[in-house]
Design a protein around this ligand. Sequence first.
Ligand SMILES: C[S@@+](CC[C@H](N)C(=O)[O-])C[C@H]1O[C@@H](n2cnc3c(N)ncnc32)[C@H](O)[C@@H]1O
Length: 221
Amino acid sequence: MSAESRENATLSNADVESAYTRWAPIYDLVFTACMRPGRKAGAAAVNRIGGRILDVGVGTGLELPMFSPDLRVTGIDLCEPMLDAARRRVASHKLHNVEALRVMDAMQLTFGDASFDGVIAPYVLTVVPDPHRTLDEMARVVKPGGEIVLVNHIGAESGPMAMLEAWLGRRAASLGWRPEFSWDIIGSWLETRPDITLLERRTLAPLSLFTIVRLKRAVNA
Ligand SMILES: C[S@@+](CC[C@H](N)C(=O)[O-])C[C@H]1O[C@@H](n2cnc3c(N)ncnc32)[C@H](O)[C@@H]1O
């Protein structure tokens, strides 16, 4: 594969692991402040759910200190160096509510059906190679009546921002995320899932760059 077509390729798990192994040492420096409002909004949503929570793509664990001490949190991520940073955060903040941090593929969760009261995935759906498989897995492991909370950048549909995102999108494999992620990816999945209801879709500060999406699995699913 040429360097050019490699850059244009869609993300694979190997791309993600290699990109986030590179990001891990500087991730907090670059991504703490700009993405904090989304993490706070996501954490507030799962704190209202309570119980056992799965954090998909927990990364370095920047959202972990925002979770209520009453929750029982499991975090998973594909990238070991990111998880190492999360483990250090759990130790330094004495986060007794974090029960486990495990290497796992979001597209192939090893948890049983209906294992969690809530699932949160901050800034992850734009990163995983197959968002629909990831959503299916999150819907499988959440209990009937439980919620899935997503925080993402939803790409612009037109204008200069859409052009910039399309240009950056050609570099998705080396960046480690898809800047041009469209709402239709979530919308088209929802159309296939009568058991999942859209509870909320709300843009967040700063500059409405990020969106929180709350989904509910039907009680009688
Ligand atoms: C942008 S970071 C977000 C990390 C954290 N949630 C935050 O708010 O800072 C995306 C994370 O998703 C992880 N990830 C990507 N694809 C994954 C997959 N298939 N399974 C598990 N984790 C994955 C990456 O390794 C990375 O740590």
